[in-house]
Every structure is written in C-alpha cells, then in structure tokens.
Design a protein around this ligand. Structure first.
Ligand code: HDE
Length: 682
C-alpha cells in the first residue's frame, strides 16, 4: 500500500475489493487448490465399508465446519451493520484538529453496527433493551471508533461494576432464562441495590427501549470526550447522532408480537432500505463545553449516568452520515468488526470518566478471545485505509509479510524507522491534563445524586409516554418473583416520582410508597419523542385488497402514497393477482398468513367486492390489531366496513375516504404522525 493518504468515500470499498471472492461458476477445489472430483461420498473401503483416514477432502471439509463458530460478543451479540460515508458540514477547526472534521468536500468511509445488548446472537430484535450504535470512521489519520448507544446515559458509573451488571442482566445462570430480557429477578435486584442505575432504567422502560427501527433512533457517545484544536486548546464534547427520519418507537404489545412474527425485523428493515436506495441518514451533533465550565452544573460531567440537557448546552449539528451499502458477507464484516472507544485520531481525546477509562481496557481484551489473537486489525473490515507500520510481529493468523531484518526500536540498521513523528506531522500526543491525587478506591461526592436526572426525564415525558413507562415497570416487575425485590424497586423509584412508583406498585400488588418524591420540576422537551421529526418517508403500509377492488381509484391512492415515499405492500387471502373492477390487476405481496399488522406502520383497507369469508376475517383482524397499536388506518370503498364494525370511525388517525383525492392527503398526514396516542381503546 502506498503512503499516499488521500481518502475518499470509496477508499474502504476499494480496499475490500481485493478480498472479495466470487465462487459462482468456479470449479470446486480443496483449500490447497486441488480440484475435487467427488463431493457426495466419503472415501470408503468398499461401498458399505468404513471411511478411510486418508480422505483428506472429507477431513478438511469437516474440520473447517467443526471450527466455523467463534464466541459471540459477551454483550451486543445480536447486531447488524452497513457501510456508508460521513461528511462534515463546516470545518470544526476551532474545536478539533481531527482531519475528517475539517473539510466539507471530504467524504470519509464508515461502517456502522447496530445491536441489542442482552440477547444472544440468534435472539429476537424487538426486545426491550438499549441498542448499540457503533461507528468506525476510516480516516486518513487512522480508524476512529465512536462506540455509542441509543440512550445517552449508562447503568453504572465505574467500569469495575460492568461484569456485575451484565451477569445480572443476562439469563439467570441456574436455568438460563429469560433470553434477551431484563424482566427477571436478578436484573431488578441489581437495580435496587445499585441505585445509580435509576436514570438509565427509566430510559429503557420508556419508548426508547423499543425503537421502531435502527434508522429511527438517536445515537449517543454517552461519555464526555475531549476535542483538541491545533493550538492545543481543549473542549469537552458529547456526541449525538440524530436520525433524519426522527426518533420513533413501537408499542410493547406490538414489539413482543414482532419478536415472534419476524425476529429479524430490525435487520430486515436496514437491509431493505439500503437495497431500495432509501439510504438511512443520521446527522452528527456535538455539545461543547469549555474547560472553564467543567464545574458549572449540578452534576459531574465525568459521570456517565448524567446527560447535558440540550436546552442548557445546545447540540450543534456538524455533519451527516449516509448508510448506502449492505455488507457482502455478515460473518466477514459484521461479526468480525472490532470496535474500541480507544481507537482515536489526533484532535479527539478522553476524559477521566471512570466508565470510559475501563472501556479503554475492555474492548481490545475482548477481541483477543473473540477473534482469536492479536492480528484482528488485519481482518479486511478492520484495516485502516491509511498505511500502518510498526514493529509488532507474528501471532495467530498474521497476514502481512513484513520484510527486512529490523523489528525493533531504536535501531540504526533501518535508520530508526518506522519513525515516530512530531505532533505537527500528525503524531498523536495525549492531552496534557494535569492530574494528581491519592490512590483511592472510592467515588467522588459529585457522583452521588442518582435520581434528579431520572426525574428530569420523567418530567419531560408526554402523557402517553408516561403511561408507557408505568406499563413497562408493571410488566417487568410483574415478572419478578421476589416480593422483596419488587418492593425495593418501588421504594427506589419513589425517589424519582411518587406518581410513577405508586402507579406500578398498584399494578404489581406492592405496598405504595409512603415517602419519597422529588423536588426537581425541570423538564427537557428534547427528551420527548413527541417533539421529534415527523415524516412519511419509507413508512410501510399494508394494503388489504380483495378481488373486485375499485381499480383506478385504489391505484390512484397507491400512487399518491408512493409519491410521498410511502411503501404500500398488498395483502390478500392468497398470493397471485388480485383483480380490479376495471380489469386491472395487482400482485399480492403477502397473505394474511405470511404477514401481520404488526409488521406495518399503517393499514389501508381498500377491500373488494368479491371477497371470501377468509378475506373478511383476515382483514378485520388486521384492522383491529393495528387500531389497538394506535396506527394510522385508512379505508375506502368496501374497506370502510371494518371501521364501522369495530366502532373506530371517529377515532384520531382513522381516515375514512369518501373522496379519494382528499383521502390520500389526509392519510399521508396521519402516517407522518407515526402513532395516534389520543385514541381511546375500547
Ligand atoms: Fe460496551 N462492550 N462496555 N458499552 N459496547 C462491548 O466489546 C464494555 C458501554 C457498546 O457492535 C464489548 O467487542 C464495558 C457503554 C457497543 O461490535 C465489550 C463497559 C456503551 C458495543 C464491552 C461498557 C457501550 C459494545 C463486547 C463499561 C455506550 C458493540 C464485544 C465500562 C457508550 C460494538 C465487544 C459492536 C461492546 C465492554 C459500557 C457500547 C465486552 C467494560 C457505556 C455499541 O468489550
């Protein structure tokens, strides 16, 4: 690889190209390149005799298969990824010298992996959990990894507690259930006895714990990092990803049903969007603080259980990421990608957040067991796109052939190269923060308020969002067997909100809290998803269509939806052509068996005059289930019968179309709203 460091959006793709292999149309060979004449039968002593040791092809094939699995990630095992590019809107020179944040003309290749945290690699995706949001920027100065989550705070304040947290969250060790769920005794026992978890717990119990899609959730770097400019001046910084489609969630009953109907719901959504050219986009935002302002807040900015309210420290939008290419091979790329918050570039540095400090150890360590040795940086997805040279050698799976006699520093035989370079030439120099202190195992007093920001979050929620939080606590604690743990959690959350704790105590038969309450009255409107962007783009609409539908009118509705970026998919009682009154026909994409209302954002009941009983039953169920999940429902022609039958006609977000043109417009607006929470369910 040349030492020329011109990176563009294609650099990673071009690098990966040299590793891609197309097997189709090729001759079958062993791994040694020997052509194979027979792949059906092992080599035997006689047709009915034993297999011979000599059968090297059988042994190679079987041995490779026997070793195909690697350990899954200890957390974030279930994930999905895509390639893309990042561009900065304006130079960030004032704050950081990071090269990829200087020039709006430069596009930096990225690889992003989204994940759930608790579940195993094969678990369902719509479980209640935080989501990982890890981005690798392949910059001209080396890889920069922003390894974040969709929740801006964390459960614990010090990394030493991470193994305890994860043990408590994962399936219980004696019986190994429940899978991918926090609704069990050990998790809530951990929460009640490690009360710093309060803030993140209220986030996971909120709608943020069940995002509608990876494309519709925010991302956060969580920790306080540092930006450092070329004058050596530092700012504290928090990173945000803002989805261009807004942040939206599922409802809990729907999320549980999707987990059965389509456990791959989120990855399918990401894959299909990119495949369709609807590229997911996120804007990068930063909150910046001068070093002088470090102690200006009523919380410690080194404490990862705290956020910086956006109304106090505005989020400056500085760039945009577009995901535009699916992987070629999930194992090679998504599974083998190795993120690490310690992969930084000049201009980005750390803070003393004790959670971040511990992560700086853990990520390389975990790759050593997961990817089998110290050469994981050589795997194609992990390679920087700029050159890399050092004196590290050997180890399992080493691929580079480092030539020459010299593999040490200092040396004279190679003129002391590879040579270190000065800061001015791009050498990474750690920010020279002055640090002094006694060696102590303790926590600063400034980390001791565990409840105020949980209350801030609660205060910021709209009425439906509060109801969802109460329901989530009632569900999760309703699954806890220990009465003592249930009561401890009630008493703990009384410190966050008496209204909340009293409500879920009632639902789980616990004693309502006698004392508690919070003096925090502040709210942060940016925390409510009710204030997010609302757009119709890429929303999926299930169209219930039967034979004898009104050909031209229904087609004109479908065209109007498509013109707004909405994706209608036709559902009928059988696959094949569905015929319209005017002789036109539309192909059914799904049947009532293969699809479910929970897999769509909205339902359009268009009906048809020649419907069978099976059709009528299937459609009625679709409509009523979608209604119960507060989804937009539109109905025209015969489709209106289900609204009447279900007494849904005058409900918010239910559009009954008399005039087809006006109908499409109203329906698009209802779809953009995402859900209609003010609907009264009967
Ligand atoms: Fe992680 N985390 N984490 N984490 N984390 C891992 O690294 C760890 C934390 C996050 O898609 C592991 O490669 C410790 C916060 C994401 O490959 C492991 C602590 C945040 C991913 C690990 C934390 C994260 C991981 C497991 C407490 C949000 C998936 C496999 C100090 C800012 C990355 C691996 C991917 C993965 C350790 C806390 C995000 C074991 C010790 C806070 C998105 O190294």
């Amino acid at each position: 690889m040349s030492d020329e460091r011109k990176i563009n959006e294609n650099s990673k793709n071009e690098q990966l190209e040299q590793f891609r292999v197309d097997d189709e149309g090729q001759k079958l060979t062993t791994n040694q390149g020997l052509k194979v004449s027979e792949d059906e039968f092992s080599l035997k002593a006689g047709e009915r005799g034993p297999t011979l040791m000599e059968d090297f092809h059988f042994r190679e094939k079987m041995t490779h298969f026997d070793h195909e699995r690697i350990p899954e990630r200890v957390v974030h095992a279930r994930g999905y990824a895509a390639h893309g590019e990042f561009e900065v809107y304006e130079s960030m020179k004032e704050y950081t010298k990071a090269k990829f944040l200087q020039d709006p003309a430069v596009k930096t290749p990225v690889f992003v992996r989204f994940s759930t945290v608790a579940g195993s690699r094969g678990s369902a995706e719509t479980v209640r959990d935080a989501r990982g949001f890890a981005t690798k920027f392949y910059t001209e100065e080396g890889n920069y990894d922003l390894v974040g989550n969709n929740i801006p705070v964390f459960f614990i304040q010090d990394a030493i507690k991470f193994p305890d947290l994860v043990h408590a969250l994962k399936p219980e060790p004696h019986n190994e259930f429940p899978q991918a769920a926090s609704a069990h005794d050990t998790f809530w026992d951990f929460v009640a006895n490690n009360q710093e978890a309060a803030h993140m717990v209220i986030w996971t119990m909120s709608d943020r714990g069940i995002p509608r899609s990876f494309r519709m959730m925010e991302g956060f770097g969580v920790h306080t990092f540092r930006f450092v400019n070329d004058q050596g001046k530092a700012h504290f910084v928090k990173f945000h990803w803002k989805p261009v489609l807004g942040a939206h969630s599922l409802v809990w009953d729907e999320a549980q049903k999707i987990a059965g109907k389509d456990p791959d719901f989120n990855r399918r959504d990401l894959w299909e969007s990119i495949d369709n050219g609807d590229y997911p986009k996120f804007e990068l935002g930063v909150q910046l603080l001068t070093e002088e302002d470090e102690f200006k807040f009523d919380f410690d900015i080194l404490d990862s259980t705290k956020l910086w309210p956006e109304e106090d420290v505005p989020v400056k939008i500085i760039g945009k990421m577009t995901l535009n290419r699916n992987v070629d091979n999930v194992f090679a790329e998504t599974e083998q990608v190795a993120f690490h918050p310690g992969h930084v570039v000049p201009g980005i540095d750390f803070s003393n957040d004790p959670l971040l400090q511990g992560r700086l150890f853990s990520y390389t360590d975990t790759q050593l067991i997961r990817l089998g040795g110290p050469n994981f940086h050589e795997l194609p997805v992990n390679r920087p796109v700029c050159p890399f040279h050092n004196n590290q050698r050997d180890g399992y799976g080493r691929q580079t052939i480092n030539r020459g006699q010299v593999n040490y520093h200092n040396n004279s035989l190679a003129a002391n190269t590879p040579a270190t370079v000065s800061e001015a030439e791009g050498g990474y120099v750690h920010y020279q923060e002055k640090v002094e202190g006694r060696k102590v195992r303790s926590r600063s007093e400034s980390f001791k308020d565990h409840f105020s920001q949980a209350t801030l979050f609660w205060n910021s929620m709209s009425k439906p969002e509060k109801e969802h939080i109460i329901d989530a606590f009632s569900f999760e604690l309703g699954k806890v067997k220990s009465k003592s743990v249930q009561q401890q959690v009630v008493d703990m959350f009384a410190n966050v909100s008496l209204e909340l704790a009293t409500a879920f105590a009632g639902a789980i038969g616990a004693v309502p809290p006698k004392e508690g309450g919070s003096e925090v009255t502040k709210a942060s409107p940016a925390l409510s998803q009710l204030n997010t962007k609302k757009k119709p783009d890429t929303r999926k609409v299930g169209v219930l269509l039967g034979n004898g539908f009104n050909g031209s009118e229904v087609q004109s509705v479908l065209e109007a939806l498509k013109a707004k970026g909405i994706q209608p998919e036709i559902i009928s009682d059988k696959l094949g052509k569905v015929k319209g009154t005017d002789g036109s026909a539309l192909e059914a994409d799904h049947t009532f068996l293969t699809a479910s209302s929970v897999l769509f954002d909205a339902i359009y009941a268009a009906g048809g005059s020649g419907e069978s009983k099976k059709f009528l039953q299937g459609a009625a169920y679709f409509v009523s289930e979608a209604f119960s999940h507060y989804k937009p429902i539109g109905a025209t022609h015969e489709g209106k019968q289900w609204l009447e039958a279900g007494n849904m006609e005058n409900s918010p977000g239910v559009i009954k179309g008399e005039d087809v043109n006006g109908f499409a417009e109203e329906f698009v607006e209802a779809i953009s709203a995402h859900r209609h929470w003010d609907r009264q369910l009967v």
